[in-house]
Design a protein around this ligand. Structure first.
Ligand SMILES: NC(=O)c1ccc[n+]([C@@H]2O[C@H](COP(=O)([O-])OP(=O)(O)OC[C@H]3O[C@@H](n4cnc5c(N)ncnc54)[C@H](OP(=O)(O)O)[C@@H]3O)[C@@H](O)[C@H]2O)c1
Length: 293
C-alpha cells in the first residue's frame, strides 16, 4: 500500500519512548525523512538509530529537547527547517503518565501543573512551532496537505481515577485539535489535524504490572477484542492519518485504538454489596419519600 510518504519530512516527538520508536520505525520504512525527538533517553534513542540501515540513518535527524519549554519546540522545528527546508507531518506523541495513584484532593499542585505542561502544553507548543514553520514555507505544490497528529489517551475520554492531571491534559487535546483543524487550512488548504487515542498499549518499555493476571482482567474487562494494543497498532494508524492520499479528506477526527474499550471497570467482583443496594431501595420506597419515575 502506498501511503505517499516517501521523502516527506516527519517529526515524531517522544521517539525515545515505546510508541514513538514504533512511529519513527514505520515512517522510516515508508521512505520518509524522520526527525526523532528525545529528552532524558536521547542517548539511548541515538544508540537505537545507529543500528538501522545506512539509508534510514541518512534520512534521520535526532533532536533533543524538553517540550514543556516552547523555546525547545521552536528550536527543534528550526533545525528541521534548516536541514530539510520544510516539515510535512508532525506527530505530537511525547507524554508522561505519572505512575503514583493520587486522588485530586491529595494531589500536589506541582504535579498537576507539570503533567499539564508536558502533555497538554508540550503538544500545543509542538503544534505551534509546526504551524509557524508551515506558515513561512507555505503548502507543498503537489497538493499533498500537511498533517498534524496528536497522541491522546482513552484516559481523556473515560477519565482515569487518581490521575486527574493526566486525564485532563489528554482531554484538552480534543479542544486543541478541533480548533487547529480550522486554523491549519488558513495556511495550507489541504492541511489536516487529527488525534489518536491509544488504550492500554504494550511497548518495548511496557509496564510489567500490566501483564499480571489481575491487571489484565481489569483492563480488558470492557474491551471486546480482549487484547492489549501494540505500539505498531498506533504507528499504523498514524501512517494512515499522515497519508495525504489515503486520509486526504479526514480531519478533526479522533481514532481510538483500544480494542473497542467502553470505559473503565469501576468496581472489582465482590465490591458490590447486593444487600446494601436492596436495603437502600427499600428505604427509598418508605412512605413519604418520592420514588423515581
Ligand atoms: N503506552 C500506553 O499504554 C499509552 C496509552 C495511552 C496513551 N499513551 C500516550 O502515548 C504517548 C507515548 O507513550 P509511550 O507509551 O511511548 O510512553 P513512554 O515510553 O514513556 O515515552 C514517552 C516519550 O515522551 C517523551 N517525553 C516525556 N516528557 C517529555 C518532555 N518534558 N519533553 C520532551 N519529551 C518528553 C519521553 O522522552 P525521554 O524518555 O527521552 O525523556 C519519551 O520519548 C504518550 O503521549 C502517552 O501519554 C500511551
Amino acid at each position: 500500500m502506498d501511503f505517499a510518504l516517501k521523502d516527506k519530512t516527519v517529526l515524531v516527538t517522544g521517539a525515545s519512548g515505546g510508541i514513538g520508536r514504533a512511529l519513527a520505525e514505520s515512517f522510516l520504512e515508508e521512505g520518509a525523512r524522520v526527525a526523532l525527538q528525545g529528552h532524558t533517553q536521547f542517548d539511548a534513542m541515538q544508540h537505537w538509530l545507529a543500528k538501522k540501515s545506512a539509508d534510514q540513518r541518512d534520512r534521520s535527524l535526532c533532536l533533543r529537547g524538553d517540550l514543556s519549554n516552547s523555546d525547545d519546540c521552536d528550536q527543534i522545528v528550526a533545525t528541521i527547517s534548516e536541514t530539510w527546508g520544510r516539515l510535512d507531518v508532525c506527530i505530537a506523541n511525547a507524554g508522561h503518565w505519572p505512575p503514583d495513584d493520587i486522588p485530586l484532593h491529595a494531589m500536589d499542585p506541582q504535579r498537576m501543573r507539570r503533567t499539564l505542561e508536558v502533555n497538554l502544553l508540550g503538544s500545543a507548543w509542538t503544534a505551534r512551532a509546526f504551524l509557524k514553520l508551515l506558515a513561512s514555507t507555505g503548502p507543498r505544490d503537489d497538493g499533498h496537505g500537511a498533517s498534524l497528529i496528536f497522541v491522546g489517551s482513552t484516559a481523556g475520554r473515560y477519565g482515569e481515577r487518581h490521575h486527574a492531571d493526566y486525564a485532563t491534559a489528554k482531554a484538552g487535546l480534543t479542544g486543541l485539535m478541533a480548533t487547529l483543524k480550522h486554523e491549519i487550512v488558513d495556511i495550507d488548504p489541504f492541511g489536516r489535524v487529527n488525534c489518536i487515542e491509544p488504550g492500554w498499549t504494550v511497548t518495548h518499555k511496557a509496564r510489567p504490572d500490566l501483564l499480571e493476571a489481575e491487571s489484565l482482567q481489569r483492563v480488558l474487562a470492557t474491551m471486546p477484542l480482549r487484547q492489549l494494543g501494540r505500539a505498531t497498532d498506533i504507528a499504523r494508524t498514524a501512517l494512515y492519518l499522515a497519508s495525504p492520499t489515503l486520509a486526504r479528506h479526514v480531519t478533526g477526527q479522533t481514532l481510538v485504538v483500544a480494542g473497542g474499550m467502553e470505559g473503565r471497570m469501576r468496581w472489582q467482583p465482590g465490591q458490590v454489596d447486593e444487600n446494601a443496594v436492596k436495603q437502600r431501595l427499600a428505604q427509598d420506597e418508605a412512605p413519604g419519600l418520592s420514588r423515581p419515575p
